[in-house]
Design a protein around this ligand. Structure first.
Ligand code: ADP
Ligand code: MG
Length: 265
């Protein structure tokens, strides 16, 4: 899809800059071979040290995420969901195993390359939003571009960047909150800001750690609705971890993390 196809209409989630996300879908003709995974984990292991003891959290996790898929990973509190998502997002390194993005190994990349990969291709959403309190909503959405481009390049591109951020705030229904600071927002509004921020660099993959975990049912459903729409209509690949089965079952597919291994849910 070309950039010129992404017409922006205010308030419409279907006609936003999200149209620029690669719209590769899982559901092709039935006889087509399955698409190779966009993201894959192979026999991932991770333990934490506690004094003299090593506590295993992941014990050989395998998972494939196909392009255009909305995958939910469910598991009880403490089962290692956040640990796994951090590994998939290269925020932390596994003790053993491999992570492949587009067929290329990413867990063993140097830190600078991992930072670049995250900034360019991964969007991340967390349970507690992690917004910068001194920044407005718009500035929070722009923050990854400020970091990713350096001061000069950012200033040079400031106008199109701000337009893109405004489009994304429109997409998540926050146009009227552009100049508010996080403390003036509700939980649902903070998470919608965090989603807009995660999308600003037009990522190929969205990793979401309990995105509804701190919200009431209505706001949680709204966030799920935004993710569902981004996935269905724009082909954004999403991996979401959650302890909540009613949230997980709204994804295309769910797998379960049990005792450090992956099971069908
Ligand atoms: P979940 O997200 O499923 O609730 P986590 O991945 O946060 O689970 O944690 C899995 C287990 O690893 C828990 O027992 C937790 O206490 C432990 N753990 C997580 N992070 C650390 C850490 N940095 N140091 C030590 N133990 C940790
Ligand atoms: Mg967690």
């Amino acid at each position: 899809m070309s950039e010129s196809n992404s017409v922006v209409t205010r308030g419409s989630i279907e006609s936003s800059s999200a149209a620029r996300f690669a719209p590769r879908r899982v559901d092709g003709p039935h006889d087509a071979p399955p698409a190779p995974p966009l993201l894959a984990a192979r026999r991932l292991s991770k333990s934490y040290r506690k004094g003299r003891h090593s506590i295993p959290v992941l014990r050989g996790v395998d998972v494939d995420v196909r392009p255009g898929e909305f995958l939910a990973i469910v598991g009880q509190s403490g089962s290692g969901k956040s640990t796994l998502l951090h590994l998939l997002g290269t925020l932390d390194a596994p003790d053993a195993g491999q992570i492949l993005f587009d067929g290329n190994r990413i867990d063993s990349l140097p830190a600078v390359s991992r930072d670049l990969l995250r900034n360019r291709h991964f969007g991340m959403v967390f349970q507690f939003y992690h917004l910068l309190p001194e920044f407005t909503t718009l500035e929070n959405v722009l923050a990854p571009l400020m970091i990713g481009h350096g001061a000069l390049a950012y200033l040079w591109n400031r106008r199109p960047f701000r337009e893109r951020a405004a489009e994304l705030l429109d997409l998540v229904g926050l146009t009227h909150r552009r100049t508010h600071r996080p403390k003036e927002l509700s939980g649902g509004e903070m998470q919608r800001t965090a989603i807009a921020r995660a999308l600003i660099a037009e990522p190929r993959l969205l990793l979401a750690d309990e995105p509804t975990g701190n919200l009431d049912r209505t706001n949680g459903q709204e966030i799920l609705g935004i993710l569902r729409t981004l996935n269905r209509r724009r082909g954004l690949t999403i991996v979401m971890v959650t302890h909540d089965l009613s949230i997980a079952e709204q994804a295309d597919r769910a797998v379960r993390l049990v005792e450090g291994k992956m099971e069908a849910a």
